[in-house]
Design a protein around this ligand. Structure first.
Ligand code: SF4
Length: 292
């Protein structure tokens, strides 16, 4: 099975079969993101998808595959009929599959009716990964996310009421020095309103060639230090109220690896942050730490 270009998946899909049903991201305009810049968005044909599935199904590993992640950047942009056809083909060729997931933008979720989402869920699309990044409207505009915080919240709630698990991703440090508090509080509001199954934070990384990178180089955006990232996370944790949400901030980009369940683990999470700050026990920020 040959992938087209670089393929991305959430950390929790490390053991999943990654099946490209689209190439690139239909939005492809967030100013911090370079994941799909090298790709022109297109929808793969059923023949291409079938060929991939046939190859996997005929391999020795087929019986071991339990999870499928639909790539690339926002597979939910596909028409519901096409997604249903893909899911049914996956089930036919890989009968041991237990879970199917995909990335989804808020726009994708809002474009579908409740009935369509329920149909997809019933067919096996168990979870969508929703990149919210922040709950602050000014910041969402700044990063050209293409949606407001209210729309993201509505999308998350909609997917949830249609039976899907929602995994929301936010970005530590996205507010820069000027908006630490606003960013943290807005993230807490967003998660409180959506009460998703999962919530995770990555830490802001810079990629040369993106508008966001240029803003940092030109002094328009001031990055914050690890201590300030910890402060921002503490503000978030002290204000979020989302019982049952599984929280993770343990991506390679995070200075302090954290994990727990809201709300009961919040005091322990804050304690871990304070300990890391006191001892400067930060993980090295590999991709961009020494850049600027
Ligand atoms: S929607 Fe996601 S994949 Fe697409 S440009 Fe924005 S951050 Fe990147």
């Amino acid at each position: 099975m040959e992938y087209e270009g670089v393929v991305y998946r959430p950390p929790s899909e490390a053991r999943s079969l990654i099946l490209q049903v689209t190439i690139g991201c239909a939005h492809n305009s967030c100013t911090f993101c370079n994941m799909y810049k090298a790709k022109s968005f297109r929808i793969r044909t059923m023949e291409e998808i079938r060929a991939d599935l046939d190859e996997v199904a005929d391999s020795l590993y087929a019986r071991m595959i339990r999870r499928v992640f639909l790539a690339d950047g926002d597979a939910l942009v596909l028409a519901t009929d096409k997604l249903m056809e893909i899911i049914s083909l996956i089930r036919e060729r890989l009968p041991h599959i237990e879970r199917i997931t995909s990335y989804a933008t808020a726009q994708d979720i809002l474009r579908k009716t409740d009935e369509e989402l329920k149909k997809l869920r019933a067919a096996g699309l168990e979870m969508v990964y929703l990149g919210a990044e922040t709950g602050d409207d000014d910041l969402l505009k700044y990063i050209n996310k293409g949606v407001t915080a209210a729309q993201i919240a509505e999308a998350g709630k909609k997917a949830k009421r249609c039976g899907m698990d929602v995994s929301v991703t936010l970005i530590s440090g996205l507010g820069g020095r000027a908006h630490v508090r606003e960013h943290a509080l807005s993230c807490a509001r967003l998660i409180t309103e959506m009460n998703p199954a999962y919530c995770s934070f990555l830490t802001l990384r810079l990629y040369e060639g993106t508008p966001f990178y240029d803003d940092v180089v030109n002094g328009k955006f001031e990055r914050i230090t690890p201590d300030e990232i910890v402060d921002e996370m503490e503000i978030f944790l002290k204000n979020v109220d989302s019982p049952g949400t599984v929280f993770r901030s343990n991506h390679a980009s995070n200075y302090v690896p954290l994990g727990g369940t809201f709300n009961e683990d919040i005091p322990a999470l804050i304690e871990a942050l304070e300990h890391a700050k006191k001892t400067k026990g930060y993980r090295r920020y590999r991709e961009m730490g020494d850049l600027l």
